[in-house]
Design a protein around this ligand. Structure first.
Ligand code: SF4
Length: 281
């Protein structure tokens, strides 16, 4: 399935994804929905653990930011924004501590979908059962991107990894809030289009800096994309063409900017110092 085909679904986009995956088989359908329900529980667990912990990761670069933000006041008067950021960072700090998370689509980008989807749901008091189908759609978006292009920072830069997670989250939030299949797909396209060029530059090769805060930023970015789509704002570039553009930029990126830890913020004096320290030099 392409994003264009998904956008033309008569009902919810998630129904089209589900049908594409399991057809009319009721047992397979129930099993897939049960799996998605358990993924939401696991996302919740990682958020809970992440918000409660200030234990540093092995490198000492991250581990307390989610709790710090959670316990801080809200000077902007923007509780949704704060909650989305907290949830996203909680998940990625759990990942940095080697805790259990749901890769969505990868471990490095695992905070974006729960940050945006569960953050919005909790802000609006929407129960977890209503998150199952939006999560099916998120998985479907990842599948479309990964079938046509790539979703790993090592192959396409962070635009492929966080860009994909932001696209997944944007589609899911749009559907959660009543958006049509077309709106959900355009939210995904806007989210992806506006991450193009984002490089993968983890300090020391550890998925911590900039990854933890990057998930917080792009979870908010996904919510912004949903907001635009729900207002009828569409991507001028057709969604499937956005995927190809992202892939084209990914191929142009030098190896230094594709998860090798040799470019971007990894190649700063501080980044190099951390890399040497962790290598025992
Ligand atoms: S910078 Fe690289 S390792 Fe970190 S989240 Fe982005 S793609 Fe993943």
């Amino acid at each position: 399935m392409t994003l264009d085909e998904l956008s033309r679904s008569p009902g919810r986009a998630s129904e089209a994804v589900l049908y594409d995956e399991v057809g009319d088989d009721p047992e397979a359908r129930a099993s897939l929905l049960e799996t998605m329900r358990s993924r939401i529980d696991e996302m919740r667990d990682s958020i809970r653990r992440g918000l409660a912990s200030s234990e540093p990761s092995r490198t000492g670069m991250v581990g307390w930011n989610a709790k710090q933000l959670h316990e801080a006041p809200d000077p902007l008067g923007a509780p949704l924004l704060k909650r989305v950021q907290e949830y996203a960072m909680a998940v990625n700090e759990e990942n940095a501590r080697m805790g259990r998370i749901v890769a969505a689509p990868t471990a490095g980008s695992a905070g974006t979908v729960p940050g945006a989807l569960l953050g919005v749901a909790d802000h609006l008091g929407i129960p977890d059962d209503e998150l199952v189908m939006p999560l099916v759609l998120a998985a479907g978006v990842a599948q479309v991107i990964s079938k046509s292009m790539f979703i790993a920072g090592a192959t396409g830069g962070c635009q492929a990894e966080i860009g994909s997670s932001a696209a997944m989250a944007a589609a899911a939030v749009t559907e959660l809030l009543g958006g049509s299949a077309r709106a959900s797909v355009h939210a995904a396209a806007q989210a992806l289009m506006n991450t193009i060029g984002l490089v993968c530059d983890p300090v020391g090769g550890y998925v911590e800096v900039p990854c933890v805060s990057r998930n917080a930023f792009y979870a908010v970015h996904a919510v912004s994309a949903a907001q635009l789509a729900l207002a009828g704002v569409e991507s001028f570039i057709p969604p499937d063409e956005v995927i190809y553009a992202m892939a084209s930029v990914g191929r142009m990126l030098p190896p230094e900017l594709r998860e090798t830890g040799e470019g971007g913020v990894a190649d700063t004096p501080t980044g190099r110092r951390v890399a040497l320290k962790m290598a025992g030099k």
